[in-house]
Structure formats: structure tokens, C-alpha cells
Design a protein around this ligand. Structure first.
Ligand code: ADP
Ligand code: ASP
Ligand code: MG
Length: 406
């Protein structure tokens, strides 16, 4: 008998019928003999609706209250799923993140899990119950409720799987697995049988929202096999696991990711002397704004341009923090742009073979898409492009790297 952690996303529990459908699937799996911990997201668009509601009563909702409010979405779905299971005659118990022993730091809206105390879950499992846990949330040492960031229920599931030593973590969602690109943008995208943690982490952190990147990170660190499949069918899904030799020898691009959540800030005419970058990025770090890509141009006559990207939601706040610093150091202007997106090609084989960058640039050029900025990691090349051209770019790259063929 194995211990398995399952997670069902928002679309999978969007209404009462779907919750009953999930309950039937979970109960059937339980009857096969596995011990089950089931993590759920909030129903449908609940989280978006709660955020909108908060903004209707306050222009800037307090982070602590906002997290407490958002955590209720997952409490609704986990209690309903436990009730549905019991209605099927299946012993079950619903737990909030706090009751499930998930301890986090105090960073509201993007809290990190510091510790998991799985003792209560273990004792419920020992009583023969299915344990249903509210995803996306935890509790600080001061007993305040926190949330883990959008898409964070995946991270709850993998963290519980690691803490419980589960055999694997199964993520059930509204697509049949991990594809070579978002199947909603590229209908010819191919479902992968397996993908390495490393490649999945790169795809997820570049916008493939099918997995929360921190969940992949945790799975990799604790060697939890993660299986991604559909909650609406029995089609075989994708296993995220350690990259085997054959994977690396395939020497090719594994997938394409896109991310339209890009805000760009350019500081023009920055004097080229030590300490300037620290002066600009210090206040951003203090304000908790995470900076993604940073590019500094070669200086011409001791003046350079500094360009970096942040999440679009942080763009205004970031610009307001950078402007006084720019004035102080004598930079000529601060420009912002919220019409950009990133497209990335990812593959472990890229690090050892030349030509990938040229192929990517040519495909975008032939599609008439201008590249605004380029960044790379060992296994990824990312181009910043006009946000309106994302679907075309994804399809052009999918074709250029022949991802339709297995
Ligand atoms: P859930 O609510 O179950 O957590 P999400 O909406 O967070 O589901 O993630 C699933 C979505 O991720 C899919 O509907 C799909 O549009 C998107 N997606 C993006 N990239 C990929 C990819 N490479 N493979 C599969 N799905 C992807
Ligand atoms: N309900 C949260 C969100 O919408 C967490 C999740 O679905 O994973 O972001
Ligand atoms: Mg998700």
C-alpha cells in the first residue's frame, strides 16, 4: 500500500458536480488500497473574485487581511470535497493549511514554507481517512494565515509529499499533462511522457503555469516524482523526474514557454561608475519587488542604459522607487513599457550544442517579430517581444524546433 498525495486545480473543482466527480475518482483510488492526501485549489475563479472584492472596498488592501481572505477560497473547496467523500461512504477529514501543519515565513502573498509538521495528517491516515487539505496557504509562528503566491497549491502538494515521504505527487489539472508548448496556444503541441525536473523548472519559471515553479524546485530537492495528468480523463500524463542519460543525449529543445506578465523599466544615461546598480536595485529589494532580467549596455562616453523587467503588477511601484534614485545619480530618463512578453525555448541538450540561438532568432525574424532583449541560461534562451505577437511566436518556434515530432 502506497501513500500518494494528489492535487486538484481550480477548474477541476469549479462547481458542485465537478467536486462530486473528483470525490468519485478519489474514492475509487482509495478502494484500490492507497493512502491518500488530497490537496485542492479554490473553486474556479474564486481567488480572482476575492481579490476583486477586496479592491472594491479598499484601494490598497492590507496584506495580512488579503491573505486571510484568499485562504478562505481553498477552505470552501476542501470542506466540500470532504463532505462529498463522506456522502460516498468514504471516511475523510478536511484540514486548513494551518491544521495540516504547514508553517511559513511572514511574507504575505508570497510566503515560503519553512516547515511541515505532518503528525496530524499521519494520525488521520492511520484512522483510515482520506485527508483533504486546503492548498495555497500556511501559518506563521505568530498564528497569522499566509498564502504562497498564485498557483501555490501545487507547492502545498509537493511539500506534503516530501514531508510525508509519499511515493509520488499527482497533479490533476485541465490538460492531459506537460506539453511541448501551452496546448491552448499551439494546438499541435505534443504531450511529453517524461520531463526532467531541471527542464520543467525552467519552463515553469518562464511562464508555463501548468506547474508552480516552487513546486518543481521542492520536488527536485526532495526527489518526489511528480505526475501531471487530467482530472477529466484517464489518458496517461507526464512524469516529472530525474533526467536520465537518454534525455540529455537527445540534444534538443524540449519545450517552449511564454509569459505575458512582463513590465520593463529602462534607466537612460546612467553614469558608468561603481555603486550605481546597488543604488537602483537596493530600494526594489527592500520593497519586496523581484527583478527578473537585468541588462546593462556597454557604456558610450561613460554613460550606459540599464534595463530590467519586473512583474506587470509591480511596474508602477518599481518605477516610482527608481525615479528618485535616477534623478540623484544624474540619469537622463526612466522609461516603462507594459506591452512586452517573454518567449523561451528550453532543453537540457542545448548547453552542449551550438546553433539553437541562431535558429530561434531566424524563426522570429521570418515571422516578422522584433526581438527587444535576449537572455540565456545554460538550458534556455529567452527573447522579449511584443505581447500581441506571443501566439505567432510560440507557433513559429514550435515549428522551427520540430516539436510536433516525438
Ligand atoms: P490548475 O487550476 O489545475 O492549477 P492551471 O491553469 O494553473 O491549472 O494550469 C493549467 C494550464 O497551464 C493549462 O490549461 C494550460 O493552458 C497551461 N499551460 C501552459 N503551458 C503548458 C504546457 N507546457 N503544458 C500544459 N499546459 C500548459
Ligand atoms: N487558488 C490559488 C490561485 O488561484 C492557488 C492555486 O490555484 O493553486 O492562484
Ligand atoms: Mg495551477
Amino acid at each position: 500500500m502506497a501513500l500518494v498525495v494528489q492535487k486538484y486545480g481550480g477548474t477541476s473543482v469549479a462547481d458542485a458536480e465537478r467536486i462530486k466527480h473528483v470525490a468519485r475518482r478519489v474514492a475509487a483510488r482509495r478502494r484500490q488500497g492507497d493512502d491518500l492526501v488530497v490537496v485542492v485549489s479554490a473553486m474556479g475563479d474564486t481567488t480572482d473574485e476575492l481579490i476583486a472584492l477586496a479592491h472594491q472596498v479598499s484601494p490598497e488592501p492590507e496584506a495580512r487581511e488579503l491573505d486571510l481572505l484568499l485562504s478562505t477560497g481553498e477552505v470552501v473547496s476542501c470542506t466540500l470535497l470532504a463532505m462529498a467523500l463522506k456522502a460516498l461512504g468514504q471516511p475523510a477529514v478536511a484540514l486548513t493549511g494551518a491544521q495540516a501543519g504547514i508553517g511559513t515565513d511572514r511574507r504575505y502573498g508570497r510566503a515560503r514554507i519553512l516547515r511541515v509538521d505532518p503528525s496530524r495528517i499521519r494520525s488521520h491516515l492511520a484512522e483510515g481517512r482520506i485527508v483533504v487539505v486546503a492548498g495555497f496557504q500556511g501559518i506563521t509562528e505568530e498564528m497569522d494565515i499566509t498564502t504562497l503566491g498564485r498557483g501555490g497549491s501545487d507547492t502545498t502538494a509537493v511539500a506534503l509529499a516530501a514531508a510525508l515521504g509519499a511515493e509520488r505527487c499527482e497533479i490533476y489539472t485541465d490538460v492531459e499533462g506537460i506539453y511541448t508548448a501551452d496546448p491552448r496556444i499551439e494546438p499541435r503541441a505534443r504531450k511529453l511522457e517524461r520531463i526532467s525536473y531541471e527542464e520543467m523548472l525552467e519552463l515553469a519559471s518562464q511562464g508555463a503555469r501548468v506547474m508552480h515553479s516552487r513546486a518543481v524546485e521542492l520536488g527536485w530537492a526532495y526527489k518526489v516524482p511528480i505526475y501531471v495528468a487530467s482530472s477529466f480523463s484517464d489518458a496517461p500524463g507526464t512524469l516529472i523526474c530525474e533526467g536520465g542519460e537518454e534525455m540529455e543525449q537527445r540534444n534538443r529543445v524540449m519545450g517552449i514557454a511564454h509569459d505575458s506578465d512582463v513590465g520593463r523599466i529602462t534607466v537612460r544615461g546612467v553614469p558608468d561608475r561603481p555603486g550605481i546598480a546597488a543604488a537602483i536595485f537596493g530600494p526594489l529589494a527592500e520593497a519586496g519587488i523581484s527583478v527578473d532580467t537585468i541588462v546593462q549596455n556597454a557604456s558610450v562616453e561613460r554613460l550606459t542604459d540599464l534595463t530590467f523587467t519586473v512583474s506587470r503588477a509591480d511596474l508602477k511601484r518599481a518605477a516610482a522607487l527608481v525615479e528618485p534614485v535616477a534623478r540623484e545619480i544624474g540619469a537622463s530618463a526612466v522609461l516603462t513599457d507594459d506591452h512586452l512578453a517573454k518567449v523561451s525555448v528550453v532543453g537540457a541538450g542545448m548547453q552542449s550544442a551550438p546553433g539553437y540561438a541562431a535558429r530561434m532568432f531566424r524563426a522570429l525574424y521570418e515571422a516578422g517579430i522584433n526581438i527587444e532583449l535576449i537572455t540565456t541560461s545554460e538550458i534556455r534562451i529567452t527573447c522579449l517581444i511584443d505581447a500581441g505577437r506571443v501566439p505567432e511566436a510560440v507557433r513559429a518556434l514550435h515549428q522551427a524546433f520540430e516539436l510536433e515530432q516525438g
